[in-house]
Design a protein around this ligand. Structure first.
Ligand code: OXD
Ligand code: MN
Length: 593
């Protein structure tokens, strides 16, 4: 097991609290994974997919009430309310513990507690961190083995050092003799709770995704963002990709986009531009530290992809499809009669017959989706054909550019570059997007999601902006990544997308690459630099001059309204909001006049 006294003591206390029938220390082996999956099959949680079509892979349907992250039940329990800020749900930590301890009491009766030691980041990297998740969900244990480096090797690296304790329960204890359900959960009592000072996570009542795989959103973003601020680094909701030019020069780029805006697609993009290559380091989270050379280095703390399945196809994301060809878990997708998976957008033609994610017989004319819009695949990152050779480099990869973006049907051009770091932080602070299905809420409404971190920042976002500004001041401006804002989703007046997206986004990446090399012609506009006419490589692309002009049009009236809406938005952050961002907003208003 382990010699770590703190770990042994904590597990003992949690066993006394939660009263599981058994405790299983995960060693991370294949045999153990196979055994957990067999138990899940016996319980009716997993169904083995046809091994000829999808080797060693499983389908799982959740309780229909437990299908997404639950932001209204997510809490930041800092000692002072101001330290959580106005964008987070805050509760006093002692009050939250007093509320939850009785709820956790006996919550694992009739179940096995899995002890999952896991590393976020390559084992032994100075950027990596270790957590231990206790969970009564076999589904979580199986997914954690794909999503993190987990098991005995982690305990060996941990030694007697501190770790992040993460307690998870589905919140459905079993009475003696009570039969279990395939997806136990407790939708009436859901709590996703973070203690930023103690660096501890308690999650209760949900078995789904970011609520339950605690290494991901809870640790790698909410708790890690707090650690990063304390120690001068960055924990961000960003993809990381490597971009190689036809000349063989390589640059790494990160990108922050709100949930379900195509981060995974961009991370795995197959360029349409001849000679250009994109390789994937990560698709969701980046931890970044400044190196001794003054450059910013990033690692992907995760070991797998937990991607949105609907919309993913061989056309939209071939590399994702190939990543999940085996050894994968599918949640809330549909089942084909042949024993494989299907979801909306996977094939041009809908299959004639399926079993939907609700276990119901499904036909295309029934009017209901076969897969839930937030259905997911869990696939090992190492199976991605385009995985970057340096994706496990403990030093991380040097970052040349940071992209921000979201889904904005109007106003925001295909790409613009910030004038400098501070203006880049301004761009990050105003990221906005149409709502999607990754979290509860009305799909389609525009929501601001600064740095795509609104649901994931573990502390006051005003302080978060200040942290970004401060890093810019503390480091050599020439070595800082260049900052850009992209919008693949601008539409014409007639409501049609102006830009084809997907592999064609490589044209935009090429301009980013050139800008980082000091080349790439730009026009200066009130909102930033946009590609000069002819600077965006559109050779071979069928796009009219009018569409191109519209893609880069800076609509002054629209931006004046946008600036006013930003001013209103900024006021919601309270007194700690950094003055420099008001200066940037004032400068933008001045340029628009
Ligand atoms: C995710 C999300 O699951 O951002 O990655 O919601
Ligand atoms: Mn995400």
């Amino acid at each position: 097991m382990t010699s770590n006294i703190r770990l042994k003591q904590w597990v003992k206390e949690m066993v006394e609290l939660c009263e599981p029938d058994q405790v299983h220390w995960c060693d991370g082996s294949q045999a153990e994974y196979d055994q957990i999956c067999s138990i899940l099959i016996q319980k009716g949680t997993f169904r083995r997919l046809n091994p000829d079509l999808r080797p060693n892979s499983f389908l799982c349907e959740s309780d229909p009430r437990d299908v997404a992250r639950v932001e209204q039940s997510t809490f930041i329990c800092s000692r002072q309310r101001e330290d959580a800020g106005l964008t987070n749900n805050w509760r006093d930590p002692d009050e939250m513990k007093a509320l939850l301890l009785p709820i956790y009491h006996g919550c694992m009766r009739g179940r096995t507690m899995y002890v999952i030691p896991y590393s976020m980041g390559p084992l032994g990297s100075s950027i990596s961190q270790i957590g231990v998740e206790l969970t009564d969900s076999g589904y979580v244990a199986a997914n954690m083995r794909i999503m993190t480096r987990m098991g005995k090797q982690v305990l060996d690296v941990l030694g007697d050092n501190p770790f992040i304790p993460c307690l998870h329960s589905v919140g459905k204890p079993l009475r003696p003799g009570e039969e279990d359900v395939p997806w136990p959960c407790n939708p009436e009592n859901r709590y996703i709770v973070h203690f930023p000072e103690e660096k501890m996570i308690w999650s209760y009542g949900s078995g789904y995704g970011g609520n339950a795989l605690l290494g991901k959103k809870c640790f790698a973003l909410r708790i890690a963002s707090v650690m990063a601020r304390e120690r001068g680094w960055l924990a961000e909701h960003m993809l990381i990709l490597g971009l190689t030019s036809p000349e063989g020069e390589k640059r790494y780029i990160t990108g922050a986009f709100p949930s379900a805006c195509g981060k995974t697609n961009l991370a795995m993009l197959i360029p349409t531009l001849p000679g250009w290559k994109v390789e994937t380091v990560g698709d969701d989270i980046a931890w970044m530290k400044f190196g001794e050379d003054g450059r910013l280095y990033a690692i992907n703390p995760e070991f797998g992809f937990f991607g949105v399945a609907p919309g993913t196809s061989m056309e939209s994301n071939r590399n994702a499809m190939l990543s999940m060809r085996e050894n994968s878990i599918f949640t809330n997708v549909a089942l084909t009669p042949e024993g494989d998976v299907w979801w909306e957008g996977m094939t041009p033609e809908k299959p004639p017959r399926l079993t939907s994610w609700l276990h119901e017989p499904w036909t295309p004319d029934g009017g209901k989706p076969a897969a839930h819009p937030n259905a997911r695949f869990t696939a090992p990152a190492g199976q991605c054909p385009a995985i970057d050779p340096a994706w496990e480099d403990p030093r991380g990869v040097p970052i040349s550019a940071i992209l921000f973006g979201g889904r904005r049907p109007s106003l925001v051009p295909l790409i613009h570059q910030s004038f400098n770091w501070q203006h880049g932080v301004f761009l990050g602070s105003v990221v906005s997007s149409e709502r999607t299905a990754a979290a509860d809420g009305t799909v389609g409404a525009i929501r601001r999601d600064p740095f795509a971190m609104l649901p994931f920042c573990g502390y006051n976002m005003a302080d978060y902006f200040a942290h970004w500004l401060c890093l810019g001041n503390r480091h050599d401006a020439d070595k800082l990544p260049r900052i850009f804002y992209v919008n693949w989703f601008r539409k014409s007046a007639a409501g049609r997308f102006l830009w084809p997206g997907y592999g064609e986004n490589s044209r935009v990446l090429k301009w980013v690459f050139e800008r980082c090399s000091g080349a790439g012609e730009a026009l200066t506009t009130p909102i930033g630099h946009v590609p000069a006419p002819g600077a965006l490589d559109v050779r071979g692309l069928e796009i009219g001059e009018a569409e191109l002009a519209e893609l880069f049009r800076v609509d002054r009236e629209g931006w004046i309204r946008e600036a006013a809406s930003i001013r209103e938005y900024y006021a919601t952050f309270g007194p700690r909001f950094p003055q420099q961002l008001y200066e940037e907003l004032g400068a933008l208003e001045g340029r628009l006049r």
